[in-house]
Write a protein that binds this ligand. Structure first.
Ligand code: AR6
Length: 187
């Protein structure tokens, strides 16, 4: 599928952050990052789309992780295979439920991005695509989430030599895309 907007990119110490408008289930990258919930058992939004497109193996692996280590707290992330997705892996990151911004939401959101990138770096993954974690059902205002997401990814790429070479944000609607473009432009 040809993307409507091919995207915008910026280089950070030789690595690339890029933005595209599209559906993350179509991304041919080493890992896509899902906006999951603490149960790890699936849901709506991008989580539902990833489980539908990737098939039941992803849920089976999520159940096994849950059985071994319990629920995944907000700010945490776990990795499974990609099932039938073009991506090899899915990293399931749990964002904060937005409750007005004074309950540590920004720290939790930043921690999602850092933990997902830590898992990717530890596995030597080179390309990772993120959805806009928290800004759908969990209600995180897109402008604030975009600033946290872009700043956190940029600092990780600059600080960690093992970080993925290419981090792509796959934004599902034009307003979210434009908001992330503003945040990336301001970096
Ligand atoms: N590709 C890329 N982005 C998508 C796609 C897709 N196929 N589908 C939706 N989005 P949300 P959250 C965008 O609600 O706010 C689930 O039920 C969407 O437009 O998926 O972190 C989980 O199980 C929005 O911009 O995630 C949790 O219970 C962004 O992805 C809860 O929702 C995030 O929206 C997590 O809520």
């Amino acid at each position: 599928m040809k993307r409507i907007i091919e995207g915008m990119e910026r280089s950070v110490t030789g690595k690339v952050i890029e933005l595209v408008l599209g559906d993350i289930t179509r991304e041919e990258v080493d890992a896509v990052v899902n906006a999951a919930n603490s149960t790890l058992l699936g849901g709506g939004g991008v989580d539902g789309a990833i489980h539908r497109a990737g098939g039941p193996e992803i849920l089976e692996e999520c159940r096994a992780i849950r059985a071994a280590q319990g629920e995944c707290p907000p700010g945490g992330a776990v990795i499974t295979g990609g099932g039938k997705l073009p991506a090899r892996y899915v990293i399931h990151a749990v964002g904060p439920v937005w409750r007005g911004g004074d309950l540590g939401e920004a720290d939790i959101l930043a921690s999602c991005y850092r933990n997902a990138l830590r898992i990717a770096a530890d596995r030597g993954l080179r390309s990772v695509a993120f959805a806009s974690i928290g800004t759908g059902a969990y209600g995180y205002p897109v402008g604030k989430a975009a600033s946290v997401a872009i700043a956190t990814v940029a600092s990780f790429l600059a600080a960690d030599p093992a970080a993925p070479l290419r981090v792509r944000f796959v934004l599902f609607d034009p307003v979210t895309y434009a908001t992330y473009a503003g945040a990336l432009g301001a970096l």
